[in-house]
Design a protein around this ligand. Structure first.
Ligand code: HSE
Length: 313
């Protein structure tokens, strides 16, 4: 593949909610807000340069960067005689539970694929982006990068080999609160038990199947009662101040249900209407104001498109 000078593209890479409560590592949902913006251009020398405009001190050494690692893999796979320079404007805070590393990885891959003339299908793009997740969390999980690339809600039936299924869904509003504490995904994985009781596993896969069926049948009640996690949430929720109260009050305010976003500390709730989603935002804000913890909130909807190409040259 040969070098085309001045070729560049700007993409918007959205946040995602992994797990969707009961589907640890297998379910994920793409959001409209928050999102990162990234600019990728081709450069003459075969290497990857990462520049970033944020205050997060993320590594810029490409092999240590969640966007850099997949770009290096792409250069290798296409046997390129050129390289990439990436500028990242990070909006999704690392350690938020909103798929920050996935947005960097998926945004870089979709941008690279665009510059290379769309030679990779979506599964290939997820495969590359997963190497970014490996850099960030130590594990190749796809429940953030898949919805970020496919849009909507995705089920990762299998990672090796990759088997990703897009799940249709009814209109859903998503309310998110992001308390300003950092929970590293690698730490939040470390604390989990390696074995589960059969009775818990049965309850969990009943809920996953119920959630997928509820989404496909537009059955809001079934979606709501399937948003239950008896395996991961009891352990991880201890890291999130006010978690139980947020959950209880938001359900009383009309949320279908919700829980930890990804590995936390963000908490999300799903609702049928914008009005309810906004009432839930107020409940969340009230609790965190009382606790005295700084926070951001978002009221948004499902993003069916995933990473968006903004402009190109
Ligand atoms: N499924 C992953 C976890 C998502 O919960 O560890 C991390 O965002």
């Amino acid at each position: 593949m040969k070098f085309e000078a001045e070729k560049k593209v700007v993409v918007e890479a959205p946040g995602t909610i992994a797990n969707l409560v009961c589907g640890f590592d297998v379910l994920g949902l793409c959001l409209h807000t928050p999102h990162d913006t990234m600019e990728l251009k081709l450069i003459e020398e075969k290497k990857v340069i990462i520049r970033s405009s944020d205050k997060y001190s993320l590594p810029t050494e490409p092999s240590q960067n969640t966007a850099g690692a997949p770009l290096l893999e792409i250069l290798q796979e296409v046997d390129a005689a050129f390289g990439f320079e990436l500028l990242i404007h990070k909006n999704i805070m690392p350690g938020s539970g909103l798929g920050s590393s996935a947005a960097s990885a998926a945004g870089a891959v979709v941008a690279a694929n665009h510059l290379l003339g769309n030679i990779f299908n979506k599964n290939d793009q997820v495969r590359f982006a997963m190497s970014g997740e490996k850099v960030a969390t130590g594990v190749k999980h796809a429940d953030n990068v898949a919805p970020c690339i496919f849009g909507g809600i995705t089920l990762i039936r299998s990672i090796f080999p990759l088997d990703i299924i897009s799940i249709p869904a009814p209109q859903l509003y998503v309310t998110v609160i992001h308390p300003q504490i950092e929970v590293k995904t690698s730490d939040a994985r470390q604390i989990l038990r390696k074995e589960v009781l059969l009775k818990d596993a049965i309850r969990q896969w009943g809920n996953i199947a119920g959630l997928v069926a509820g989404l496909m049948k537009n059955d809001y009640e079934l979606i709501g009662r399937s948003l239950e996690d008896v395996i991961i949430e009891p352990i991880r929720s201890i890291l999130i101040p006010g978690f139980d109260e947020v959950k209880k009050n938001c359900k009383n305010a009309g949320a279908l249900g919700g829980g930890i976003s990804g590995s936390g500390p963000s908490i999300f709730m799903l609702s049928k209407s914008r009005e309810t989603a906004e009432a839930i935002e107020k409940e969340m804000q009230m609790i965190y104001q009382r606790i005295g913890l700084a926070h951001y909130t978002y009221v948004t909807t499902l993003n069916m498109d995933g990473v968006k190409i903004l402009n190109q040259a």
